[in-house]
Write a protein that binds this ligand. Structure first.
Ligand code: ADP
Ligand code: MG
Length: 292
């Protein structure tokens, strides 16, 4: 490999907003046959908004939103931002919590107004023995629409569902189509429920989905694909994605993502445009042609 070709490639990349952090990346990227995309913040804009609020038992929608927003005040999750924004929009009074705990890959546990609030996904409710049979059909309907429904239990009783939706980035569908035309296998990975994940994957044109992945497990999923003989690139933006970006043969971070994702990657897409994943592979092909 001539250093000159690498330098030229790196320079061209920089002009296109594709920041190549190691010259080695340009020598490997053209061999990639499998690309795993994180869902939230990578394929989607990562700014979920509340779309539906449902209440059950003796609770009102206002109570559901009040307890949920109060419980989320200590959380840094984008879903928390969505719920708090909705409460503010509806002029709901947010209360202080007397205790708060984030449960990774599940939700939050808090005490609000001397009531124990459990807010999170299906798994969290099942694990805590909350009866959600009244809400199963609503949950399924919302998740099949690609929304993320969150349950709230108040003192152990199901109070409601708050669903949020996140839209695809403009570039997602075209990038997936182009990669498929290049005979590259595309996958989506997410902590979200399989119904939500499958609906989003269908919308973007990805047929292989790894869903309900715990925050610490994304890297293992990358490793599995490598052990099956694939050259794997991972595209992600979150703190959760960092180990997977490191594990992948090529880690590609979204420029608007977290610092740790960028630090763990080989390539950073400064324009947050997924067509630049295609651009990076092409840049590598050109660089290799110049080397040979
Ligand atoms: P992702 O980055 O794919 O959203 P996470 O592991 O952060 O994955 O979350 C997985 C799921 O756990 C979410 O889809 C949501 O249902 C639930 N969850 C996580 N954090 C929260 C939270 N703060 N409030 C409500 N639900 C949450
Ligand atoms: Mg993400």
């Amino acid at each position: 490999a001539t250093p000159t070709a690498i330098m030229v490639g790196t320079g061209k990349g920089a002009e296109m907003g594709i920041l190549v952090k190691s010259g080695g990346a340009l020598e490997i990227a053209h061999k990639v046959d499998t690309i795993i995309f994180d869902k939230t913040g990578t394929l989607t804009k990562g700014k979920p908004e509340v779309t539906d609020i449902l209440s059950y038992n003796t609770f009102s929608k206002e109570m559901v939103l009040k307890y949920a927003a109060s419980a989320e005040m200590g959380s840094e999750h984008p879903l928390a931002d969505a719920i708090i924004a909705k409460a503010k929009e509806d002029s709901i009074e947010i209360q202080t919590t007397s205790s708060f705990e984030a449960i990774p890959g599940r939700g939050v546990l808090a005490v609000v107004d001397q009531k124990t609030i459990q807010l999170g996904n299906h798994k969290m409710m099942i694990e805590n023995g909350i009866s959600i049979s009244d809400a199963e059909s609503d949950f399924n309907r919302l998740a099949d629409q690609g929304k993320t429904p969150m349950f709230i239990a108040i003192d152990g009783v199901l109070g409601g569902i708050i669903a949020s939706a996140d839209v695809l980035k403009d570039s997602s569908i075209k990038a997936i189509q182009t990669l498929k035309a290049m005979h590259i296998t595309t996958l989506m990975i997410t902590g979200d429920h399989h119904k939500t994940a499958n609906a989003i994957a269908r919308e973007v044109g990805i047929s292989k989905v790894i869903s309900e992945v715990l925050p610490g497990d994304k890297a293992n999923q990358v490793k599995k694909l490598q052990e099956q003989g694939n050259k794997v690139a991972m595209v992600g933006d979150g703190i959760n994605d960092a180990p997977a970006l490191t594990q992948a043969d090529i880690g590609i971070a979204i420029g608007s993502g977290t610092d740790v994702a960028m630090e763990s990657s080989d390539i950073v897409l400064m324009k947050n445009d997924l067509m630049d994943v295609v651009g990076a592979l092409k840049l590598s092909r050109q660089t290799i042609r110049n080397i040979k």
